[in-house]
Design a protein around this ligand. Structure first.
Ligand code: FES
Length: 77
């Protein structure tokens, strides 16, 4: 574990995504723009937020958490 990391209960979930906004961060994805399948970040550590870039692995290794992305895929009927 990173010695600089704190598990203090007051730690922010969102460490650095759109922190200059005064209102809650929301993102939209248009279904028409989706590829076959997209992975969306739920750990708030992705540098490509709202898409997952794999940094949840870094987060989980340091915190013992087990977060991962949500996969959204188009249904083919
Ligand atoms: Fe956040 Fe993958 S980077 S869930």
């Amino acid at each position: 574990p990173n010695p600089d990391f704190t598990t203090d209960i007051n730690m922010l979930v969102n460490a650095d995504v759109k922190k200059n906004q005064s209102y809650p961060v929301v993102d939209y994805a248009m279904i028409d723009d989706m590829k076959e399948m997209n992975a969306y970040c739920r750990c708030w550590r992705s540098k490509k937020f709202p898409l997952c870039d794999g940094r949840h692995l870094w987060w989980n290794n340091r915190t013992g958490d087990n977060v991962g992305p949500v996969f959204i895929k188009e249904r083919h009927l």
